[in-house]
Ligand binder design. Sequence first.
Ligand code: FBP
Length: 447
Amino acid sequence: MQRIVVALCLSAAAALVPNSAAARSAASNAKAPLKVGLRRPKREYGSMAGKEELCTTLSQHWLHASRFAATLERVAPTAPIFSDVCSETGVTLSRFMIETALANPELSELESIFSSIETASKTISNLVRRSSLTGLTGYLDSGNINIQGEEQKKLDVITNDVLKNALRYTGRMGVLASEEEDAPVEVDDDIEEKYQKEVLVEKTRGKYVAVFDPLDGSSNVDAGIPTGTIFGIFEDKQDECDLTADDLDTCLETTLQPGNSLVASGYVLYSSATHLFMTLGAGTYGFTYDEHIGEFVLTHPCVEIPKRGKIYSCNEANRPYWDKPLQDYFEGLSTGTGESKTQYTSRYIGSMVGDVHRTLLYGGVFGYPADAKNKNGKLRLLYEAAPMAFLVEQAGGAATTGRGRIMDIEPTNVHQRVPCMLGSVDDVNELLGHYSKTSPAEDIYQP
Ligand code: FBP
């Protein structure tokens, strides 16, 4: 199945942001339709002035190669066109997906999937913001422990149900896997039985798999600190798997796919504003929830992470237990003796979505590496590290374990953890430089 490539050439992009000067002038001279440019990788790098020099350093070459290869696989025939944009409303997420589906009919089912994620996000945003008022703070009275040994918060379970149901109701999902579910959940929506009529479609099972962390950073939620939802969408590789028939392996197979098979991924940040950032494999786009119109509106078209940042973000309490390359790397950043000779500052929210969101916009590096206590790190590959790596790579950044690309890791378990370092390409490659001086046999993380 071909995937879309949409890229907003920046001048047009600005005009799509509601009430911006560009939007008003575009509205006044709304002659030619606003075209979402078609990004063909090779030409793109060729055409965009200044991109060539990015290919000089190894990292750029590595980055471009991975991005190029990934994008090549995902080139789609047609880019959505916004013939005109209301200067009051701007481009909403639902309009963005409608245009994308119109331009790429083979992707039409993603439209309802994103619409369901949008509905769930609005509900979760409301639940989180009002939790102190509605008694939804704290842990379950039952003291339920999830498969990862974590005591579940009330909001962990409720947000899991909200997102699970929203995705189920689309009729597009075959299997769902969540941080809060011990095993993948098969969605069996027998349309024939439900509507008592001959179904036209052969398959009653949806053709997508969703993996998600319904409330990332939930340990912070009662303190009103930013939290988020992380999601990834894969194609369902299996026609049939029956969990009741102990056919778990088959169901697992369709869930355990590497990041570079993702069709789409994204996160929703519940903070001073509610943001939804997403990718379909050609660029990363950010939408902001406008309560006034009840819509997510495009505010960050074509996100490009800075090539290098000045901020590092990790739980420094674990520093004494890190690998030597990592200790040397962060020593360089915190003392200004690293490659950039710049002393970085440190920011750490302790919610991956919040820390990745800031890193995407401001640059720098975020990570949860392996350490003597957490030999595989803490973040889960399938529904935390891989979806975020896809977003960061599509914004021009990089994501690594220290030895390899997160997107290339073949998962072996739904809840497996992986060391994850991501961010600006020069920052991540400086880290790779440190690891290249030591042998993998010395690493704490032994995949
Ligand atoms: P969950 O809250 O979804 O389990 O996610 C794990 C997480 O909270 C990440 O969001 C965050 O980056 C990390 O753990 C923080 O871990 P620590 O408290 O050890 O620094």
